[in-house]
Design a binder for this molecule. Structure first.
Ligand code: CRA
Length: 833
């Protein structure tokens, strides 16, 4: 019959060979030693922490793979509708600790390693971060796959396997940021499974010819091979283990044989090099479009490989192509994967010979799009000339889609040529450009923002025309979330254990609203003491790290005030450092007696600036130099310390976040789409100092406004204030004398030559686009309230901290992913047995 018998050979022998997941300590040490011996080719007498980590990872990975297999087999058998999360960034951080926790094997591994003479802590610390992302958007993708697996949703991620992740940040002696490459794969990556047999051909360039009925033929150019690397994503306390498939570029043929035979060796090697270049490096821009040709090649390479993989898997179900949207939903993480829309169109029309209109029906029932920013500088617009050169067939498809689309706009809004010009997929101008956001909206059945305010701004500003055209129902909100497994249980064992002990079980980790149960204990002095002790423990842990890395002693009894995130003018680290200088000047003006009444503070900054973002780098330099002066001044000793911690990463965040008393989320109103570190700090019992922006607003709604420190102008005022700065500027001296004194102090040369800082000071004196001068006094006021709340009633502060954690249930990424599943994807959970 041609049907083979499975399994081949003797079934009992097969069964006896299968490994199960319920290992005891003995199995674990055996597995580790086995990997040391046969995978690493090392032995008991020459194994160091790194080797122990690698062997431990290989041992844990076996358990992940067993669950992975079980999960994927169930999907294949039951054929549920599947969701695919297309993201150019997955900011995973470390994996071992998370894997052991999710598998419920952490204690056993700890005991096993101890028997072998290693501490779990050292072993965990030997892992390098996987930093395939810039910031919030990439970390969100990592939290969402964690929640997808935990909530038992058939959800896969698709990404790129960059050889170099986010650059390593060094701080030069003069305070400037330096960048070094991040060759994270150098020690090999135990968490990836190379699938050298899972590949896709991706074409670039060549010619596109149009046939009848919208069909076309694309040929010639250069073909690049995409090779899959799978990364298992375990759910917490479930067998459900999902996948991120990362694509790596390889030359299609080892060499261009024609050039090779013609004796043109250099050229032959060159083409193979340029193919491998595609997945070389992550672009280090956050919230900023740079328009590089190689970036467009990355985007297409990844979209084409992912869609061919998704299509192959769909076809294996044997369903007719019209069923595609009932089996597949694809979430576009920002506009980066928008090319998937014309690519699916191309596959359906040119390869599957689906009539154009039917194909468009399928496409527009398949995609949903998340917008992550309203900042104009982040909007992707690719030159038509670049498309002509690299993606000629996609350009034809986009033109054809635009033609039909603009006709329907004209029918709905006759004569409104301005509207048509704004909504067109093509921006006319000195060189036409393709507007990726317009294409993403047109090709998707749902569009969402990432916090209530942001989604409202999307509806009323950048996509207003599209709301008028499609109706408001297409435009939704899904407020971001964070995984409580990594961002509390893993990073803050002291607090996690106290919560579990208090609530009586670990169920809160999968139903975060259960944290509400802590409120019963908020006034219990014993509980308050334990709560404060957990925070103190985390602050000491951080102080130790600072001592070890920077050689600086910080007083862990002081208030820890933390701002960690990408360095960006809209995030206003500038406001923070200017406030610090104000605090310093105030201290300088005090008598020694008065200084004893000051609430001691440790102000910590960390974050990377895009290498090409000059002003952001200048702000880092200012922070470092202000810190140097203050930390060396006996007048400020013991009451003010200011540090910039280099090379911010997921792992450093895991150390910093549990140690904060207060954290700063102080963007100009309306600019931070959501923010997610705000959620992480509050979940760990840190209080929030912030503007009325992004998810800060919803956090305050949940934890109570009495528990957050809000300041600054509101979103509706911003436009008018910017107008005033432009056309009726008022000198800083008049608007805020306090700020004027600070700027003067900077220009006095105290922190280095005035000429260095002048460009920065000018951004505030002229134009002040981010409204530093408008919000400065209100910021100082809020800081004063923070000081008072912290010193005057420490017990009340602890209560606020408990209430904050207790009311953070909404911000679990489990809630967010279930909202996507139910309200957007129309997809069901699937239990894995
Ligand atoms: N830079 C927003 O700025 C948001 C994350 C995740 C961002 C953050 O406020 O929390 O996305 N936007 O939704 C973005 O990357 C391209 O836009 C971010 O991380």
């Amino acid at each position: 019959t041609g049907k083979e018998k499975w399994p081949r050979g003797d079934e009992e022998t097969w069964k006896a060979g299968l490994r199960s997941v319920d290992a005891d300590v003995n199995d674990i040490t055996k597995s580790i030693v086995h990997h040391i011996q046969t995978s690493l080719a090392r032995q008991a007498y020459n194994i160091d922490n790194l080797g122990a980590y690698q062997a431990t990872a290989l041992a844990a990975r076996e358990d992940l793979i067993i669950n992975w297999n079980q999960t994927q087999m169930t999907y294949t058998r039951k054929q549920p509708k599947r969701a695919y999360y297309l993201s150019l960034e997955f900011l995973m951080g470390r994996t071992l600790d998370n894997a052991l926790l999710n598998l419920g094997l952490k204690e056993k591994f700890e005991t096993g390693l101890d028997k072998l003479g290693f501490t779990l802590e050292d072993v965990l610390d030997s892992e390098r971060d996987a930093a395939l992302g810039n910031g919030g958007l990439g970390r969100l993708a990592a939290c969402y796959v964690d929640s997808g697996a935990t909530c038992e949703i058939p959800l896969w991620g698709y990404g790129l396997r960059y050889h170099y992740g986010m650059f390593q940040q060094l701080i030069a002696p003069d305070g400037s940021q330096l960048e070094a490459p991040d060759p994270w794969l150098d020690n090999s990556n135990p968490w990836e499974i190379p699938r050298l047999d899972v590949t896709a051909d991706v074409r670039f360039g060549g010619h596109a010819e149009k046939l009848d009925k919208g069909r076309g033929i694309w040929s010639g150019g250069q073909e690049v091979l995409a090779v899959a690397y799978d990364c298992p994503i375990p759910g917490s306390d479930t067998k459900s283990t999902n996948n991120i498939r990362f694509w790596s570029a390889r030359p299609r043929r080892g060499f261009d044989l024609q050039s090779f035979n013609a004796g043109d060796y250099d050229r032959a090697v060159e083409t193979s090099n340029s193919a491998a270049n595609i997945t070389n490096v992550l672009y280090p821009n956050d919230n900023h479009y740079a328009g590089k040709s190689l970036r467009l090649q990355q985007q297409y390479f990844w979209c084409a490989a992912s869609l061919s993989d998704i299509m192959r898997r769909f076809k294996n179900t044997g369903q007719p192509i019209s069923e595609f949207p009932n089996h597949v939903v694809i979430q576009l993480n920002d506009t980066h994967p928008t090319l998937a829309i014309p690519e699916l169109m191309r596959i359906l029309v040119d390869e599957e010979e689906v009539p154009w209109d039917d194909a468009w029906q399928i496409v527009t029932r398949t995609f949903a799009f998340t917008n992550h920013t309203v900042l104009p500088e982040a909007l992707e617009k690719w030159p038509v000339s670049l498309f002509q050169q690299l993606l000629p067939r996609h350009l034809q498809i986009i033109y054809d889609l635009n033609w039909t689309f603009l006709q329907s706009v004209e029918r709905k809004f006759p004569g409104d040529v301005d509207k048509m010009a704004r909504m067109s997929l093509i921006e006319e101008g000195h060189g036409q450009q393709i507007r990726m956001a317009n294409l993403a909206v047109l090709g998707s059945f749902k569009v969402n923002g990432v916090a209530e305010l942001h989604s409202e701004l999307v509806r009323t500003t950048i996509l207003k025309d599209f709301v008028d055209f499609f109706g408001v129902d297409k435009f939704r909100n899904v407020t971001n979330g964070i995984t409580p497994r990594r961002w509390l249980d893993q990073c803050n064992p002291a607090l996690s254990n106290l919560i579990t002990e208090t609530l009586g079980s670990r169920a809160w980790l999968k139903d975060l609203y259960l944290l509400k149960g802590l409120l019963e204990h908020e006034s219990d002095p014993t509980f308050q003491k334990k709560w404060a002790a957990a925070k103190a423990n985390n602050k000491e842990r951080l102080a130790k790290y600072i001592k070890n890395t920077l050689g600086v002693t910080v007083d862990s009894k002081a208030m820890f005030d933390i701002q960690v995130k990408r360095i960006h003018e809209y995030k206003r680290q500038s406001l923070n450092i200017l406030g610090v200088i104000h605090r310093y000047l105030t201290i300088k003006a005090m008598s020694p007696e008065e200084r004893t009444k000051v609430t001691p503070r440790v102000v910590l900054f960390a974050g990377k600036a895009a290498p090409g973002y000059w002003m952001a780098k200048l702000i880092i330099r200012l922070i470092v130099n202000v810190g140097k002066v203050i930390n060396a001044d006996p007048d400020a000793k013991g009451i003010l310390t200011v540090l910039f911690l280099p090379d911010y990463s997921v792992s450093l965040a895991e150390l910093l976040i549990p140690a904060s008393d207060i954290s700063e989320h102080i963007s100009t109103a309306g600019t931070e789409a959501s923010g997610t570190s705000n959620m992480k700090f509050c979940l760990n019992g840190g209080l929030l100092l912030g503007t009325v922006d992004g998810a800060n607003i919803e956090i305050a709604e949940e934890v109570g406004e009495e528990n957050v420190f809000f300041f600054g102008h509101l979103t509706p005022a911003v436009e008018e204030l910017r107008y005033q700065h432009r056309y009726h500027p008022m000198p800083v001296e008049k608007k805020s004398p306090a700020l004027a004194a600070v700027l003067e102090d900077i220009m006095s040369g105290r922190y280095g030559d005035a000429s260095i800082w002048e460009p920065f000071v000018n951004t505030i004196r002229q134009g002040d686009y981010y409204l530093i001068s408008d919000d400065f006094d209100s910021y100082l006021q809020a800081q004063k309230m923070v000081d008072e709340a912290y010193t005057k009633d420490p017990q009340q502060w602890i209560k606020k901290s408990i209430q904050t954690t207790a009311k953070m249930g909404k911000f679990s990424s489990d809630r967010a992913i279930m909202t996507y599943a139910e309200e957007i994807w129309n997809i069901e959970t699937l239990k894995i047995n």
